[in-house]
Ligand binder design. Structure first.
Ligand code: ADP
Length: 472
């Protein structure tokens, strides 16, 4: 059953039970200690009165009897009894001593007859009320052996039932007040838990904008802060996941589009050939040539996509070796000499020294430099000049690929590194471009912890200026 109770109810029930037990114990302890104090005081008063009275008791039985009867009131609040050595009553303020039973069996009387003062509390056989009895030995008086005085204990202030009731009632009122306070404190304590419950409900609905505002108690405030920073992180992660998802969607759309263009062209020319185009040898050759070019284009796109995918998969587990960057750049320049020659383009390779060693992947870095020089050869007009410089300075190697072609307008300088982005789509296709070359280059440089950018030529001459910086 406890499991199904709400925390607030649970706290209330437990607090209530605990307080009730506490107050009951407190009440009993108070009553007990007040009663015992009261008994002690009454006893002391009674003792002193008994001693005073002993001094003025007449020695004659009859005179003593009427003396004590005169001394006390008829309401019986105070009762005085004189007892002989044999325990029989010699005089009594209330009854006729002759008719009274022998008192030698009474504890306090026994003690007094034995010469000791004593007191006791017990019910009176005459009226059933509780009385305190105090008896002292009377050595000086030959007729009487002991003097006993009694009074009802209920008469004392703490034993009066109305006082007791007032006391109990006040305790109950105090208990209720404390219980109400305790309830409101428990309520305040569990309030943050309810807020947190509400927060988790909101989060499960996907509302991560919900913020917890709890200032106390400190632990709860800290927990609320943790909740808030957790949702902030989740929100950021969701945003970046959405962004990644968008990139993925764009990529798939771009790939499909890029693949579709050559395939459509291949299909178109193949159909034309089937529909009779083959009859003319000249046309057939021309169309088959186009089909071949489109196939090359498809192969280029797929190869570039595979390279991109491989770099992304291998990200972080790059196989590296100590390599000479000068040699690698030279190899890249040499590999493009033939197409450059076709366009009468000169590739000028000028390293600042013979060896510049870095830790890197030779194949991938060669691909980066090849892509840049290849672009220059592709996009520069005939007779242009392409230069590749490699240098080393303050712990980093710099590779610069520069040409004096049309260059890249400032607004596209960042975008050309995006997948499939081309400044001039037509020209790129014409030249067999896939739009992935620079994206691949940036990926490779990034996994080498380097940077790549296009800044335009610093000497203000028209043309492209790519700068790669790699840590040594
Ligand atoms: P592509 O396969 O189209 O060459 P890249 O990613 O290599 O793709 O280059 C992206 C675009 O950047 C190219 O389409 C081209 O418009 C532009 N570009 C790259 N290099 C040069 C350059 N040297 N001169 C002029 N434009 C360039």
């Amino acid at each position: 059953m406890l499991k199904t109770l709400k925390i607030r109810t649970l706290l209330f029930v437990f607090n209530g039970l605990l307080l009730a037990a506490g107050f009951t114990v407190l009440l009993f302890v108070c009553l007990w200690s007040l009663e015992s104090t009261s008994v002690e005081q009454t006893e002391a008063n009674l003792a002193s009165f008994t001693h005073s009275l002993a001094k003025i008791i007449p020695s004659d039985e009859e005179t003593a009897d009427s003396f004590i009867k005169d001394l006390t009131h008829s309401d019986g609040a105070l009762r005085i009894t004189l007892i002989k050595q044999d325990g029989s009553v010699a005089a009594d303020s209330v009854s006729n001593p002759k008719e009274m039973e022998n008192h030698s069996f009474r504890h306090e009387v026994q003690q007094a007859l034995a010469g000791k003062e004593a007191s006791s509390i017990h019910e009176s056989s005459t009226n059933g009320k509780r009385f305190m009895y105090y008896a002292i030995p009377l050595d000086s008086n030959k007729n009487f052996a002991a003097l006993r005085i009694s009074m009802p204990v209920e008469e004392t202030v703490f034993f009066s039932s109305s006082t007791k009731n007032t006391f109990v009632a006040s305790t109950i009122i105090l208990f209720i007040i404390v219980l109400v306070f305790s309830f409101s404190i428990s309520n305040k304590t569990v309030q943050p838990i309810f807020l947190m419950k509400k927060a988790t409900e909101e989060y499960s609905k996907g509302n991560f904008d919900f913020r917890l505002n709890i200032s106390s108690p400190r632990e709860m405030a800290e927990l609320a802060d943790s909740f808030n920073s957790m949702t902030q992180t989740i929100t950021k992660n969701i945003q970046s996941l959405k962004k990644l998802e968008q990139i993925r969607k764009d990529f798939v759309a771009n790939v499909s589009h890029e693949l579709k263009t050559p395939i459509t062209s291949i299909k178109g020319f193949a159909e034309t050939l089937i529909d009779g185009g083959m009859n003319d040898e000249q046309t057939s050759k021309h169309f088959l040539g186009i089909i071949n070019t489109q196939c090359d284009r498809l192969i280029n796109i797929i190869e570039d996509l595979l390279t991109l995918s491989r770099i992304e998969t291998d990200n972080g587990i790059l196989e590296t070796a100590r390599i000479n960057l000068v040699q690698i750049a030279e190899k890249a320049c040499q590999s493009l000499e033939a197409p450059a020659r076709e366009k009468n383009i000169e590739i000028n390779f000028s390293p600042c020294r013979k060896n510049i060693f870095i830790q890197g992947n030779p194949g991938l870095l060669e691909q980066v430099i090849t892509n840049l020089i290849d672009n220059s050869v592709k996009y520069c007009p005939e007779g242009s000049l392409v230069s590749c410089r490699v240098s080393e300075d303050s712990g980093k190697a710099t590779i610069i690929v520069e040409d004096n072609g049309n260059g890249i307008p400032e607004e596209y300088r960042d975008r050309i590194f995006e997948r499939f982005y081309r400044v001039d789509k037509g020209r790129s296709r014409e030249n067999g471009g896939t739009g992935l070359g620079l994206s691949i280059a940036r990926h490779i440089v990034n996994i080498h912890r380097g940077t790549i950018k296009e800044t335009g030529r610093p000497d203000k001459i028209q043309g492209a200026h790519f700068e790669i910086i790699l840590p040594l």
